[in-house]
Structure formats: structure tokens, C-alpha cells
Ligand binder design. Structure first.
Ligand code: PGA
Length: 250
């Protein structure tokens, strides 16, 4: 089965209205020069600008997504936003279970699963993040940790259309370090096998790699077997840095 890659930018807690719109405008100008992009392109900005950026991207090849959502539709959850609100604002994807949320907000696999189910319920595509810590890697536990996270974070009713899995080794995020291509390929093959036991269309699920992806390493990482795109943090913050990564999928 041929998989359409997804190149996604995770802006984390970066960008005010003006500069965010500017980056999107620059990306749209570049994308408009490509007749039929061969990949899906996504930006997940801070929730406050989802509405505005989604309006800018309407009818274009760039989609907008959230970085997190609450499992519930609505209710007494001060400071939270629901998947339905993201959808209402124009989002079409939502990242869940990013390691920064697992660490900073103590999110368990169970919570991540509930959030992914909320995203799907709202009509969004869930990007479920998994990844081992340095200690786990050095202790030879990587594949076990990934199995555990994939199995327990995977939403009920996951399909190749509504769910994306992003492998992001915690020690590679924002550090400039990346696993070897062999290590990435090994984990991705393992995730594919793990998913095959859990869903019927596992061969069509997009498996992204994330963690210090940049223009210089993207061609090799994105070209690996079972790597169907990337989740990019720092290098997605400017059009100049992000475009060469997008080009690996285009
Ligand atoms: P990075 O972040 O590209 O800055 O390492 C990736 C991520 O956290 O999604």
C-alpha cells in the first residue's frame, strides 16, 4: 500500500499572531508553486491562533492542527480546550501524548488514549506520540517501551485514516541528537508489526519520525522504510527552515 506522507510542524509555545501569520503566508507562497504536492502539510500552532491560521489556509494544501485536547466535549475544566473546539476553529488534526505533555502534565497512556479518542470523535486526525527516554534506550528497553505506549495509547476505533503515530525519542527532542537511521528503521518496523496485531489496516497508518529533524538530515530520515513523514519542532518555526523538510515529501 502506498502511503501519502505527512510533514507536520509542532510550534509548541511559540509565535504571536503577527509572526505566525507571516510564516504561514511564506509557506503558502512556496506551496503555491507546486502543482500537486505529494504529501500532506500540517502546522500545529498554539491553540489561540488556530482559528486565524486555519482561515488563512482554507482551500490550500496546508492544514492546521492542535497540540493537545481535553478528553471531554465541554464542562468544568478550567484552562482546557476540547477537540470539538479545535475542530470548530478550523483544525483538522490534533497531536496527543507529546512527551512534553507526558512529562510536564503527567499524562499517562490511558489519558493519551482518551484524548486521541476525543480527537477522532470530533472529526480530527489524532497524532499519537510515543518515544523512549535516554535511560530506557541505554537500558535496552526501547522496543518494550514503544510496544507498551503504542498498545495502551492507541484509540479505540483507530484506522489508517483517523490515526497517525509519531515516534519521537525523548532524548532527541530539541537536542540536535538523532538516533541512527538503523535505529529509527528498527523502531518503525516494530511499530508497524505492533499495529498489525491491533488493527486491520496497519499497513496504511502513517508513522512519523520526530526529534531534531532539520533540512540536512530530513532526506535520509524521511527516506527510511516505514517512515511516512516527520513531526518537526524547532525547524518548523520559520518557512526558510521548514520548506526544505517539506520538500522531502513533495
Ligand atoms: P524538535 O521537536 O524538532 O525541536 O526536536 C520535535 C517535537 O517535539 O515534536
Amino acid at each position: 500500500m502506498s502511503i501519502r506522507p505527512l510533514i507536520a510542524g509542532n510550534w509548541k509555545m511559540n509565535g504571536l499572531k503577527g509572526e505566525s501569520s507571516e510564516v504561514i503566508r511564506e509557506l503558502l507562497a512556496k506551496v503555491s508553486t507546486v502543482a500537486n504536492p505529494g504529501c500532506d502539510i500540517l502546522i500545529c500552532p498554539p491553540a489561540l491562533v488556530v482559528n486565524e491560521l486555519a482561515a488563512l489556509c482554507e482551500g490550500t494544501s496546508i492544514s492546521i492542527g492542535g497540540q493537545d485536547c481535553h478528553p471531554n466535549v465541554s464542562g468544568a475544566h478550567t484552562g482546557d480546550i476540547s477537540a470539538e473546539m479545535l475542530k470548530d476553529a478550523g483544525a483538522s488534526y490534533c497531536i496527543v501524548g507529546h512527551s512534553e505533555r507526558r512529562t510536564d502534565h503527567g499524562e499517562s497512556n490511558e489519558t493519551v488514549k482518551a484524548k486521541a479518542e476525543a480527537a477522532i470523535r470530533a472529526g480530527l486526525i489524532a497524532i499519537v506520540c510515543v518515544g523512549e527516554t535516554l535511560e530506557e534506550r541505554e537500558g535496552g528497553k526501547t522496543l518494550n517501551v514503544i510496544s507498551e505506549q503504542v498498545k495502551n495509547s492507541l484509540p479505540e476505533g483507530a484506522t489508517a485514516e483517523n490515526t497517525v503515530i509519531a515516534y519521537e525519542p525523548v532524548w532527541a527532542i530539541g537536542t540536535g541528537k538523532t538516533p541512527t537511521p538503523q535505529d529509527v528503521a528498527e523502531v518503525h518496523a516494530h511499530m508497524r508489526a505492533e499495529l498489525s496485531a491491533l488493527m486491520t489496516d496497519a499497513n496504511g497508518v502513517r508513522l512519523l519520525y520526530g526529534g531534531s529533524v532539520k533540512g540536512s538530515n530530513a532526506p535520509e530520515l524521511m527516506g527510511l522504510e516505514n517512515v511516512d513523514g516527520g513531526l518537526v519542532g524547532g525547524a518548523s518555526l520559520t518557512a526558510e527552515d521548514f520548506w526544505p523538510i517539506i520538500e522531502t515529501g513533495i
